[in-house]
Write a protein that binds this ligand. Sequence first.
Ligand code: 5CA
Length: 440
Amino acid sequence: MRLSRYFLPTLKETPAEAQIVSHRLMLRAGLIRQQAAGIYSWLPLGFRVLERIARIVREEQDAAGCHEILMPTIQPAELWKESGRYDDYGKEMLRFRDRHDRELLYGPTNEEMVTDIFRAFVKSYRQLPVLLYHIQWKFRDEVRPRFGVMRGREFLMKDSYSFDLDQAGARRSYNKMFVAYLRTFARLGLKAIPMRAETGPIGGDLSHEFIILAETGESQVFVHRDLVERDILAEAVDYDSDLQPLVDSWTSLYAATDEKHDEAAFAAIPPEKRVAARGIEVGHIFYFGTKYSGPEAMNVTVQGPDGKPVHPEMGSYGIGVSRLVGAIIEASHDEAGIIWPESVAPFRVALLNLKVGDATTDALCADLYDRLRANGVEVLYDDREERAGVKFADADLIGLPWQVIVGPKGAAGGMVELKRRKGGERHELDRDAVLERLIG
Ligand code: 5CA
């Protein structure tokens, strides 16, 4: 992509309304635009990141045997009256009426609707387990939307739902999602630690929050260092095997949010293994049994093995897809701007032409641009008529993993500079060496 033709409205001034670094950087780097309190448009660069995150989330859900569907954002009030949550949910739910005076709402979550889909089609225990997910916009009328996309009113969530015959089956589904979440966050370049959590308005008695460590996080967390250092991607995972030992190996070490913190248990950990840090919740999983399928709610049954009706055991599993864009920036930035992990970077390489109009520099840039793209490397080519200083600052601000810097002096000798955004290391390389580094 040529920057001169791209839509990248970066800001020079730091926006006054943004209280935290990710919000400031998202506005300055031209990722989003606020349209109303807690409601954002996604501009080209931001939208690319959002799509990349969604793709990784999707791949890991599919690998765990969860099937993608797409439910609407707008839901009929009747379903929520059946479950009893229509009144419970309070002012966070956006309610309205259509022209026929039917009560509707903008979905804050989808337990009721997915249960309605389930009851329409699943009649026998033989069809279980059923695992479904979608990636869809939600609306929660938060009293104080803040921190940009981290606590929005409209936000993108991946929400999965499981239906099983019994508790043991539900636990297997829960474990699959638990492991899929560990893998998902690791692939996004994050250290996410599962922690026992309260269930709140979703309900149930088994729940984990997945919390990433970031200095600016909203909550205080206490974690055993081995959990922080463990790399799930180095471990083989077979979703058809019993995942309980793997889950136990994560949950047996100490990890707690402020609310669940146990001073004595934490003090029992060797001092060098104690990590007290700030955290951001990026995912939350719940096992709530028959809260929605039971007789006092939507009263859903399937035929059990003995011919008698059984209420399926359910769980739900959420990931804050749009929140993750902010959370990744909170975890990975410096004074100059964003530092995208390779897996979600909107482009892999920034190609900086420091002297547009100089024939040798232009020719070398054009050649690198063509050859990188021909080899599947995504390049944002800064071919604008701007000063070098502006190009350096913008490249650091938008945070692509690699910068290829081409100036007239180097170009005359066929040399360019390769800079890694993370850490800032630089190498003088010739054209072939730089291609080899970036393509290889
Ligand atoms: N139905 C369950 C699981 S699917 C549920 O709604 N869980 S939740 O309330 O915990 O939300 C799931 C995830 O969505 C959270 O972990 C968080 O990452 C994200 N999220 C929740 N509220 C917001 C918000 N206001 N802005 C951005 N992301 C949010």
